[in-house]
Design a protein around this ligand. Structure first.
Ligand SMILES: CC(C)(COP(=O)(O)OP(=O)(O)OC[C@H]1O[C@@H](n2cnc3c(N)ncnc32)[C@H](O)[C@@H]1OP(=O)(O)O)[C@@H](O)C(=O)NCCC(=O)NCCS
Length: 178
């Protein structure tokens, strides 16, 4: 946490797997967060894939954040992630990404990647604060706006494996990847 932020500003959340019943709250957070938002069908299509996982953060029995990510052989790839606008800057995003970092291991999945819109400065600052680094520009990555993306990456200490800067992203079929 940066200097000046108060411990009381942090909301403690319960992080768990996403279930079907969460969908209405997840969709509400999604629509409040993105100009080009995923539909329910986009979420369901994604979550039907065997390597796709949904996670939510709950506070006072409400879903206040969600994350969709893919399991790959050597990395985790974040596809969609948002905190409800009413609950931002309370360290909820930080707790969710920390949870994901906790799933990495030195002998198997050593990296987390995601594509961030070049105009999404808040997300870039957020992921930088979590020690992610931009490793590549993905030109014209988004089909909707034609915008470029930055490929951002987190890697655990001592990871000497290949970098994503040399790797093609695989799931370009989703309308909005983050
Ligand atoms: C990005 C997002 C998930 C961050 O969630 P959050 O719960 O508000 O973030 P946190 O409170 O955990 O912030 C952690 C740190 O990130 C940085 N940060 C977060 N929001 C920021 C902002 N608006 N401006 C500057 N820095 C910011 C700060 O360093 C912050 O630490 P601090 O509050 O102690 O200064 C949230 O802003 C969001 O849902 N945005 C819209 C959807 C989106 O862009 N998703 C990501 C797509 S790649």
């Amino acid at each position: 946490m940066s200097a000046g932020r108060n411990l009381k500003d942090q909301v403690r959340v319960h992080i768990r797997w996403m279930i079907r019943r969460d969908m209405a709250e997840v969709l509400a957070a999604e629509q409040q967060s993105f100009d080009y938002s995923w539909t329910e069908e986009d979420f369901l299509r994604c979550l039907r894939q065997r390597n796709c996982i949904g996670m939510v953060a709950e506070h006072d029995e409400k879903v206040v954040g969600f994350m969709i990510y893919e399991l790959h052989k050597t990395k985790l790839h974040i596809l969609n992630f948002a905190v409800a606008p009413s609950h931002r800057r309370q360290a909820i995003g930080r707790q969710m990404v920390s949870k994901l970092i906790g799933k990495l291991s030195s002998h198997r999945r050593t990296r987390i990647t995601l594509a961030v819109r070049e105009t999404n400065l808040v997300a870039q600052l957020f992921f930088r604060s979590m020690t992610f680094r931009a490793v590549k520009v993905l030109r014209g990555y988004y089909e909707d706006s034609g915008e470029d993306a930055f490929l951002m990456q987190y890697r655990i200490l001592n990871d000497t494996g290949p970098d994503d800067a040399d790797e093609m992203l695989d799931s370009v079929s989703m309308r909005e990847e983050i």
